[in-house]
Design a protein around this ligand. Sequence first.
Ligand SMILES: [Zn+2]
Length: 473
Amino acid sequence: MRKITLLIVLIWTATSDAFVFYEDTKIWNQETITFYFLDGTAQQKSEVKKFANLWQRYTGIKFIYTDKKPSLFSFKPYYKITFKGSSNQSTKGAVNGTIQLGNLSDNIIFRKMTILHEFGHMLGLGHEHQRTDRPSAFNNQKLIQVCVKNQQQSRAWCKENLSNINNAEVFIESDYDILSIMHYDLKNIAGDEQSILQTLPKLKSNTLSYTDKYYIAMLYNQNISDKTLEQMHKQDLWNQQKFENSENKKTQQAMMNLRTSSCKTLSYGKHSKDGKFCKTGFMIIGTDDFGFPDGEFNTCYNSISQIKEQMNRYKYCQLSKTQLHNKRQNWNQQFAQYGQCKRLEPNDKNRQEFFCEEGYSFVTKNNDMIGEKTVCYSSIDSVFSAMKSNTVCNLDNFEFRKYQRKLEQAEKTQMKTKFCKVVKRKYKTINCPTDFDYTIINLNIQSKPINNKCFASKFQAINAMSEIPFCES
Ligand SMILES: [Zn+2]
């Protein structure tokens, strides 16, 4: 069915003009289009001119820009461009329309993408993600929720521009093209909730796709041969790669340069001294290279403005170096205990002889290990939050005394098996050094030591006893 529509177009375009392009959209039938800037800075205008140029090359239509209102007597449709308002949108096709660029990103790669996308509407193109043949995963209602949250747009806007399917009669269309500039970047829209996209195909293109170019040329510029188109496209991809690499480098450098006396930026893949890191994006940490014990501050950012805003807003970023140092010591104490528990510093042993070589662990206030094994945490706030959610740490005093008695009972049982026992005694037959008072004895052979080993603590002896098959049988 699609092929048939295509055929009609080819015949019809011989007259001069004619993607997803719907029947009710007007096709441009003029050699130039005038764009009238209603407002905007020199920088904004120059970016529009530079980036929209890509469409010019494939449509063969010349774009003319002006700051003066075009004469009413030209009778040719023209477009207005404004940078005001709160969204990016455009009217469609050859009408007296408006491109609104009111919500441009602070990242130039995304700005380019938006400008190309809105110019696509101007040329008549519809949204690729709203086609009837899009993947069914797009019908997920959650997508509207995340759109409202992450795009700060109304429900109606998200429905109209993202989730609704366009059932209008199609004039010409390619196969569904996830790389099209007219396809929303759903990864960006989903934000932190990438899980809802798991069923969707992977996508990433920040510029016109080959299909965009092929079809727009078919519509407006049949003079370009397929071979030329392919060569132009190859060159474009190379230029785009160069552009993205150099802009990404600049952005990263600018993010790393953001700092206050107490805050700085941590690059992705690098660790703070207390083990915090971002897989992608940048984190705000202290100028002393430690992270902040504030949940809100374990966020990974991707934009300069977000980091700037947080650094300005966050009170711990307004401290002097000395104040930060003092604050650290407070935090250190503040997070050293919780309820019936306390933190152990790296290499500090609990009563059961376990410890963390790197990182922190926690124990009861009597230094007893909690549970079956000792878990190590990379930062004082991660060990603190583990204490906060631990049942034993949250016991009241009465319940904790009961827990403690049970623990003592369990220890007594552990010290004796059917054939062996851990005792604190010195034997003439073994010469135990000072402070190594514990031995394992064989209960059958007149309470004789089972081997010639001495242990510094009863827990070491208990652990050793569990390794002797004879004692356990
Ligand atoms: Zn759009």
